[in-house]
Design a protein around this ligand. Structure first.
Ligand code: SAM
Length: 295
């Protein structure tokens, strides 16, 4: 994962995979056992590594995406925070998310009736099936509808008021994902949501992007019709700064309200998410409050 302002450089020739975040003068490295595969799809380059201590690693266009060891934090926060914030989510869409980890988490909610996942790049899902079978273990669930298309177009064509939650599990705001961080796309999302619906966007690093990407997501969501929005932070070892976030925006509700008792008595296993983590994730550091204009 990197940003439009910090193009990454990658070297794996000395036994280490390194993603350099030029704009931040920092880098992230993993010791590599071997490079497993490299494919060039119509949209991006996908590299797969076997690492010494993080298991398999997927890298898209030089940016770390998923590793076996730590992906649970991101996938659980991208899914369960929104699903326990909505009063009764039944119809869910995932835009991006081709590694299928978020899809697996959403399908753990017994009340969910169907989940449509729309990733632009089928090759990401084929690589995930091969190297992260555990993330794809729910792909055959009859409630799952896995499609390959441009998520921007799919949401634009969506029937009005047909969805409860839209999860934007995208790459960074460059290339095919640029339009997923835009007010026109958010407007289409709110049009596709029923009253009480929620959009959740992966919103990059609190340390690096509070004044820029995160602030703009809140402004753009408000312009697009959000009644309330809130950013949740969580650790994310393999992404720039090791600290990541998702931002919830509501159509008619409060983004900090959630079904506390249901979350505390959830009927499925998680590795990171629980009701206390959800409540704690609502708290924001002082510098973020200042960036986002929260008193
Ligand atoms: N967990 C990752 C992270 O934050 O680094 C993100 C997940 S990765 C699977 C994001 C996915 O978004 C990629 O598979 C990519 O193909 C997809 N994507 C990018 N632009 C898209 C678009 N316009 N429509 C649908 N999917 C898109």
């Amino acid at each position: 994962m990197t940003t439009s302002s910090s193009p990454s450089a990658v070297s794996a020739d000395n036994g280490w995979f390194t993603e350099v975040f030029d704009a931040e003068g920092s880098a992230f490295s993993l010791k590599v056992k071997q490079k497993l595969e490299s494919v060039q799809s119509e949209f991006q380059t996908i590299d797969m590594y076997d690492t010494e201590s993080y298991g398999k690693l997927m890298v898209i266009d030089g940016c770390t995406m998923v590793s076996s060891r730590e992906n649970f934090v991101y996938h659980e926060m991208m899914s369960h925070v929104a699903l326990f914030s909505h009063p009764n989510p039944k119809q869910v869409a995932i835009i991006g998310g081709g590694d299928c980890g978020t899809l697996r988490e959403v399908l753990k909610h017994p009340g969910v009736e169907n989940v449509t996942q729309i990733d632009i790049d089928e090759m990401v899902t084929r690589m995930a099936e091969k190297y992260f079978p555990e993330l794809c273990e729910s792909n055959a669930d009859p409630r799952a509808d896995i499609r390959f298309d441009d998520g921007i177009k799919w949401v634009k064509d969506c029937a009005p008021e047909s969805l409860d939650i839209i999860i934007i599990d995208s790459t960074d705001p460059v290339g095919p994902a640029e339009g997923l961080f835009a007010v026109d796309f958010y407007r289409d999302c709110f049009n596709a949501l029923r009253e009480g619906g929620i959009v959740v966007q992966q919103s990059e690093s609190p340390l690096y992007h509070s004044d820029t990407i995160i602030k703009n997501i809140h402004l753009d969501m408000a312009t697009a019709g959000a009644s309330s929005s809130h950013t949740f932070q969580f650790p994310q070892v393999i992404y720039p700064s090791g600290w990541w976030s998702c931002t919830l925006a509501c159509k008619g509700g409060d983004a900090t309200a959630f079904r506390v008792e249901d979350a505390a008595e959830k009927t499925f296993r998680t590795e990171y998410y629980n009701a206390e983590i959800h409540a704690a994730g609502i708290a924001l550091p002082e510098f973020m409050k200042r960036s986002l204009g929260i008193e």
